[in-house]
Unconditional design. Structure first.
Lengths: 319, 322, 298
């Protein structure tokens, strides 16, 4: 029977070499993405979520080194793969959507040409057929065909983002990595974009890794959630459970810190302290200095291992 | 008698490079609202709504094309040179991007003390003590930080410095233009709590601009909804959130992601459809409004009072006399 | 509200940043060469006159046209003067010329650019036509024309060259000023009802200075070259001054017979200019934030 797991990240550790020392950006990151499902990768700035995504697609900067673990995509370890086969995978099997469309879309190419180029690189079809496919994609994302003749800067934010989604889907990938795809958009536009992505991913049976700092967005759209802090996965599992019955103090505090439309509190819950400097990793749990529930002696000395606390629900904590 | 009152504030910008003479971009049109002392008015709207332009007009960066702003019982139109000094002392602004709002070449001691010195409020020998006091109030330690530069601080810390700078000369009115939008959630909570406690302590009046309804809900007493330069609906916080009346307000509120709902609605593309009508006298939301009528495209609706302090500009509710 | 003990995020230290810049300059092989040559050049400028074995002005026709050898390291010129000593004395003229040209150019350019940028809706538009006018002429042609008009002397040549050098700085400053004016901290300063002069000097100028310095260091080599060219044409330092360009001119009819009289000072000019260009490129790269952040595996 074909495994349901499309992507498995196991014990991934990544270091960055800087002039100040070695920054241990990812430590022992483990999670998996199922086929046809949306998984949310959440955390605040600096937690390592974007680095994780770039590791999957192997687009890390030169100073980065993978020092441990593997990334299994449909059974094959991506870390060992050659650049040539990775190039084939990128775009046609795994594609990426970025936060800022102006970064992903070539400003000097007309939109139509860019989509056509992308399709031609990955699929061995004629230019004419690629052009037809590009027009199909425009329709799919709800853009009029005249957009094919426009340049990136002539489009609004929402339109450019849809072009990027179109580009990402153009070769029917099995997995899309979406890095903050709607952060720069208005909330009404965001709602429509997400609905669009949801419809398309259902239709094309595409799995999605939604990388964001917006917990509520994940609650609404993803079935699974992975919470990261300081380069580690601190909790993961079905999103409803992780957010409503969080097992990790960080997750709990994060949820309580969000001002929500549905309820009213006098003061928001604060997380004391600050994110640790990744150059100097403490031996114990990285969240320990800020944790209100820590066990004296244990939490600061020993980094907790992951344990199962419920149905597919894992947490990395001593409690 | 409200503390802050805006009457028919408008701002138009000339668009250059147009063939047929100069066209005008009407960034804000005839906006009117008032804020009571010690309260927070939350201004919401999406990009292009004009909310930032209003902030900049109030704080003195753009002169209004027309309209007046009252602070207390003084009414200000276009500011003359003498009025300007008096006006600027009464208000201040905190910007969205903490990485851009502090002069990178100045120490935070200079940054925080600059307003007080500019307004001639303090003697040189008292400055250091006062700056240390202000830093303490926003939760930063003076000994460690006084002579450091902005780039040595995190986003949340920089925003605290910006807040300290803004309250340093004791203005009664603070404009907060998306003060937490660039910050992480955990840091956002601290800044919002800081602003809440400062408001209580000094009875400050806030104009809080944001596109994040959760934050607006938390901080505001009254809420105003803007769309493409026009204020469409104003009411108290609970009414606007729970039962918005204007079609755009409804659309906006319903687009907010909520924790307990799994969003299942299908793509209807409403927010993405249609280019806005370039210039019309009608309601700017008409092209996208599911309940639009012919009159909506012809004439912008006048103000209709619903109840007490709830007002709306919409033909659906417009009652004509006689 | 309790004061939270917040940690300092970035390590302070302008010293550390400076050290990093030096490290990057040294690691870059090209700029390393530049640094070494310039170090030698500076040494010569300062200590040259002291270390020169002979009087650079001493004429002795019986010693004329001697090729480089053990006695006269760089040979002698048409009037029997020791070229080596002359070059040691002349180095500082080139250096000083470069400094004055770039210094004056930056000063004029920054002032005009700053004022134009700040008042870009009014007098800025008029003022910025001045650089346009100057830039309509090729640099060398303009410099020569001005120098000829003013009359041949070192001072006049320096004035002429400064006038040629300021327009790019004005434009650069204008652009920087415009973009800095858009930043939130300048907007905040405006809400304090501060005078324009104060805002210009306190907020805009310090923040615009960086690209100006980079540009000045990139242009320095060319300034030295320009000074030498004018000297070659007889428009700069007048004889018997041992200015390198003038020395090249003196030997120019004898390139095949007594090559050392032109080639040696000419090579020196070339090497120094090249060294400054290498260094300028190196500085620009070293200050590039992307390169500073990422450490490549060596």
């Amino acid at each position: 029977m074909q495994s349901n797991k499309l992507l498995e990240v196991n014990n991934l550790s990544v270091h960055f070499e800087t002039y100040d020392g070695t920054a241990k950006v990812l430590q022992d990151v483990t999670f998996s993405i199922d086929r046809n499902r949306w998984t949310g990768l959440v955390g605040e700035t600096g937690c390592g979520k974007s680095v994780t995504a770039f590791s999957i697609i192997k687009l890390l900067p030169i100073s980065a080194k993978v020092v441990g673990g593997n990334i299994l995509f449909k059974g094959t370890d991506l870390i060992g793969e050659s650049e040539k086969s990775l190039r084939r995978i990128r775009g046609s099997e795994i594609s990426m959507i970025f936060q800022d469309p102006s970064v992903a879309i070539n400003p000097s190419l007309k939109i139509g040409n860019q989509i056509t180029e992308t399709i031609k690189i990955h699929q061995n079809i004629s230019r004419h057929m690629a052009k037809e496919r590009a027009a199909e994609i425009m329709k799919l994302v709800g853009l009029k065909s005249y957009c094919l003749d426009q340049y990136a800067h002539e489009l609004s934010g929402g339109m450019a983002q849809r072009v990027m989604i179109g580009l990402g889907l153009s070769c029917n990938p099995d997995l899309i990595l979406a890095d903050e795809p709607t952060s720069s958009l208005d909330v009404t536009v965001q709602k429509d974009i997400l609905a669009l992505m949801r419809r398309l991913s259902l239709e094309y049976q595409t799995a999605l890794l939604l990388i964001t700092h917006d917990l509520i967005l994940v609650a609404q759209t993803c079935q699974e959630i992975v919470v990261m802090y300081a380069g580690q996965v601190v909790e993961r599992g079905p999103s409803g459970i992780v957010l409503k019955k969080s097992a990790h103090p960080y997750t709990r505090a994060l949820v309580r810190a969000i001002p929500m439309v549905e309820e009213r509190r006098e003061y928001l819950e604060e997380l004391p302290g600050f994110v640790p400097n990744l150059l100097y990793r403490p031996a114990g749990c990285p969240f320990e200095p800020r944790c209100t529930l820590k066990i004296a002696g244990v939490c600061e000395r020993e980094n907790p291992k992951e344990k199962l606390v419920g149905d597919r629900h894992y947490v990395r904590c001593h409690l | 008698m409200s503390y802050i009152q805006l009457r028919n504030i408008s701002k138009s910008f000339p668009i250059h490079g147009e063939k047929k003479g100069r066209r005008l971009l009407k960034a804000v049109e005839e906006a009117s609202f008032s804020i009571e002392k010690g309260k927070t008015f939350g201004l919401v709207g999406e990009s292009g709504s004009g909310k930032s332009t209003i902030a900049k007009m109030i704080v003195g960066l753009y002169p209004p094309t027309s309209g007046t702003i009252s602070i207390g019982d003084r009414v200000y139109g276009k500011l003359g040179r003498r009025d300007r000094q008096e006006y600027q002392k009464q208000l201040s602004i905190v910007f969205q991007n903490p990485y851009a709002s502090l002069d990178p070449k100045m120490t935070i001691f200079s940054i925080i003390s600059e307003p007080m010195k500019a307004f001639g409020q303090i003697k040189d020998r008292d400055v250091k003590v006062r700056v240390a006091e202000l830093l303490d109030q926003v939760g930063l330690s003076a000994e460690q930080h006084l002579y450091r530069y902005p780039h040595e601080f995190s986003g949340g810390q920089r925003q605290r410095i910006a807040i300290a700078r803004s309250i340093s000369f004791q203005p009664g009115f603070l404009i907060l233009d998306e003060p937490t939008s660039a910050l992480d959630v955990s840091v956002q909570a601290k800044i919002i709590n800081l602003l809440t406690s400062l408001q209580k302590q000094y009875n400050l009046t806030y104009l809080f601009i944001s596109h994040n309804m959760g934050v607006i809900r938390h901080v505001s007493n009254m809420i105003g909804v803007m769309y493409r330069g026009k204020l469409l609906e104003i009411g108290d916080r609970d009414t606007i959130i729970a039962s918005p009346l204007h079609p755009y307000s409804k659309h906006l509120i319903s687009s907010i992601p909520r924790m307990d709902q799994q969003e299942q609605s299908d793509f209807d593309g409403r927010a993405l459809s249609g280019e806005a009508l370039a210039e019309s006298d009608g309601c700017p939301y008409a092209p996208r409004c599911p309940q639009s009528m012919e009159v909506c495209f012809d004439r912008f609706p006048d103000r209709t009072m619903i109840a007490g302090d709830h007002e709306i500009h919409c033909h659906l509710f417009h009652r004509t006399e006689g | 509200m309790p004061a939270s003990t917040e940690r300092i995020v970035g390590k302070s230290s302008k010293l550390r940043e400076f050290k990093l810049t030096l490290l990057l300059l040294w690691k870059n092989n090209v700029s390393k060469i530049g640094l070494i040559v310039i170090a030698i050049f500076l040494f010569v400028c300062i200590l040259g006159p002291v270390l020169a074995p002979r009087d650079p002005y001493a004429i002795d026709v019986s010693l004329a046209k001697i090729p480089p050898g053990a006695r006269f390291w760089f040979g002698t010129d048409l009037l029997g003067r020791d070229i080596f000593s002359r070059m040691l004395h002349g180095a500082i003229i080139s250096l000083a010329s470069g400094l004055i040209i770039v210094g004056m150019g930056v000063f004029i350019g920054v002032t005009i650019g700053l004022i134009s940028g700040f008042f870009h809706r009014s007098i800025g538009q008029i003022l910025m036509r001045l650089p346009d006018i100057f830039l309509a002429f090729p640099t060398l042609v303009l410099a020569i024309s001005l120098a000829v008009t003013f009359g041949p002397s070192l001072t006049n040549a320096l004035i002429a060259m400064s006038l040629v050098y300021w327009p790019p700085f004005a434009r650069l400053m204008y652009g920087e000023t415009l973009s800095i004016m858009e930043s939130d901290y300048v907007k905040f300063a405006k809400t304090l009802n501060q005078s324009p002069t104060r805002i210009m000097l306190r907020h805009v100028l310090p923040n615009a200075v960086s690209p100006i310095i980079i540009q000045a260091s990139l242009d320095f080599g060319d300034a030295i070259l320009l000074a030498a060219v004018l000297g070659f044409l007889g428009l700069g330092a007048q004889p018997p001054s041992p200015e390198w360009g003038a020395m090249v001119a003196q030997g120019r009819n004898y390139l095949f017979d007594f090559w050392w009289m032109s080639i040696i000072p000419g090579s020196a000019i070339f090497l120094v200019t090249l060294a400054f260009n290498f260094l300028g490129d190196g500085i620009r790269d070293a200050l590039d934030p992307n390169i500073r952040r990422i450490k490549k595996a060596d």
